[in-house]
Ligand binder design. Structure first.
Ligand code: GRF
Length: 217
């Protein structure tokens, strides 16, 4: 069992996937706080609907990013949060926040990192012409989308794809692997050694993938 603080800025479909996994007893976790920088985030409605405590801090009420993060950390610690989950939280985390939760902050990113860090990455993947994309759950470090990788899921990029269609295909996988990564943490099965994350008693059963699949041989 692990106590979660979930940080959101937008629609909150990943928050919903985590709530659903807990309610279905697939994920052994408790959401102690849903935190947002955006009072209009639809994710906050989701939290309310499930009776979850929430808190909003506005950036304009703080003199610096660090002051904001110190207050956020206080709210999370006061709620008993052990693991911080970034789920579409559109702010960069500063050092005081990282120091308060060392290797205790996870993020999900809609690309196969280290390809396409940053914003608008589904559009970048389509425009670059990559044949596969996907999503990455990783621990957060001081860089941009650069921390140790926990799980990735791969999806094909198809010739007719728009960024929106690709985003939906990736989101479906996000909703599957984010709760899984949290469950592994909850079971104490994640071991971080440098850049690498090892899963105790994991199965290495991934096979090769190709796209487009051509039947020449
Ligand atoms: C997702 O695409 C996630 O990968 C990225 O932000 C988006 C959040 O979506 N970090 P939602 O708010 O969970 O629906």
């Amino acid at each position: 069992m692990v106590n979660l603080g979930i940080l959101v800025s937008g629609g909150g479909t990943n928050l919903q996937a985590i709530i659903d996994s807990i309610e279905a007893n697939r994920l052994d976790a408790s959401i102690r706080l849903v935190f947002s920088n955006n009072p209009n985030a639809y994710a906050l409605d989701r939290a309310r609907r499930h009776g979850l405590p929430s808190k909003v801090l506005l950036k304009e009420d703080f003199p610096s990013r660090e002051a904001y993060d110190n207050e956020a950390v206080k709210a999370l610690k006061d709620s008993g949060v052990e693991l911080v989950i970034l789920a579409g939280f559109m702010r960069l985390i500063t050092k005081p926040f990282l120091d308060a939760f060392p290797m205790r902050i996870m993020n999900i990113h809609p690309s196969l990192l280290p390809s396409f860090p940053g914003l608008d990455v589904q559009k970048k993947a389509v425009e670059w012409g990559v044949k596969f994309s996907g999503c990455t759950v990783h621990f957060v470090d001081e860089g941009l989308d650069s921390g140790p990788i926990i799980i990735q899921a791969v999806v094909p990029v198809l010739e007719d794809d728009t960024p929106e269609i690709l985003s939906q295909r990736i989101l479906k996988e996000e909703h599957r692997i984010y709760p899984q990564a949290i469950q592994l943490f909850s079971e104490g099965r994640l071991e971080v050694k440098g850049r690498r994350v090892f899963v105790r008693d994991g199965h290495a059963d991934a096979g090769p993938l190709e796209n487009p699949r051509v039947t020449i041989f």
